[in-house]
Design a protein around this ligand. Structure first.
Ligand code: HEC
Length: 235
């Protein structure tokens, strides 16, 4: 009896400790969490304007991989009451047209232990922060465009930007999901050559689905496949 109650007590302490911070461990993808996918607008046929930042191409994947993963701001954990899994939910923290007045932006630009995502996760890069700012300034629309081109499968123009937006939040030197660091070409090449990169992004049985809550577009999976077939070059 005493033993059971001390186990319960320790478990409660553990839950209290890990719940609010999101810093306990590398985030584990939540396969059951499909929230948000239905809200991504179709992108086919809309030509990307180089001056615009689009929700479904850039902002949603960034938030999904750095804020809305399991254990943080997903629909199950919603740390601090914040759930960032869909456009409508994200918009609770955004004032369209006013980036610096938006709670989401303010949290991302905080520094030190206050910042989001919290340490040990990497902060957003200046480029990612400026993309968020542009998207909000342009009206924070639920928009998307057709940027992916399967004839481009170079590391620098296709693979690296794709991984920076959709994977690096969980695969960087500070939080290496599955002990995999995708922040350098050398790190990506390892999983390209051992088959895990293609296996995971194509959601092939026997591999973990990557990203677990938002499958890459078919076009992006083809780019990865072609890049690997051509030798996973740093080109
Ligand atoms: C929300 C966090 C998160 C995101 C986003 C994410 N990963 Fe992962 N990934 C993990 C974790 C945690 C593991 C280790 C546990 C597992 O295998 O499920 C992992 C495992 C992997 C593996 C090993 C899979 C296997 O079956 O051995 C590969 C390869 C991988 N990720 C690549 C990627 C790529 C490529 C992307 C982007 C397209 C990506 N990940 C996005 C967290 C993430």
């Amino acid at each position: 009896m005493r033993k059971t109650s001390s186990i319960v007590f320790v478990s409660i302490l553990f839950l209290i400790w890990m719940f609010p911070s999101c810093t306990h461990d590398v985030p584990v993808p939540d396969n059951a969490n499909t929230g948000g996918i239905g809200e991504i607008p179709g992108t086919t046929g809309r030509v990307c304007s180089p001056d615009s930042v689009y929700f479904s191409n850039t902002i949603y994947p960034l938030i999904s991989s750095t804020c809305a993963m399991a254990g943080c701001h997903d629909s199950k954990t919603h740390a601090d009451g914040v759930d960032l899994t869909t456009y409508d939910k994200i918009m609770r923290y955004v004032s369209p047209g006013n980036a610096t007045g938006s709670k989401l932006y303010k949290e991302i630009v905080k520094t030190g232990s206050e910042r989001m995502p919290p340490p040990p996760m990497s902060p957003w890069t200046t480029d990612q922060i400026s993309q968020l700012k542009i998207w909000i300034t342009q009206g924070a629309k639920n928009n998307g465009c057709d940027r992916c081109d399967t004839t481009d499968f170079k590391y620098s123009t296709a693979i690296k930007p794709l991984i920076a937006t959709k994977c690096q939040g969980c695969h960087n030197p500070a939080s290496k999901g599955g002990n995999i660091d995708l922040s350098t070409h050398a790190g990506v090449k390892i999983v390209a050559e051992n088959g895990r990169l293609y296996g995971s992004v194509s959601w092939t049985a026997g591999y973990s689905k990557m990203p677990a809550n938002l499958k890459l577009a078919d076009c992006e999976i083809i780019q990865i496949k072609k890049w690997i077939a051509a030798g996973s070059l740093n080109n």
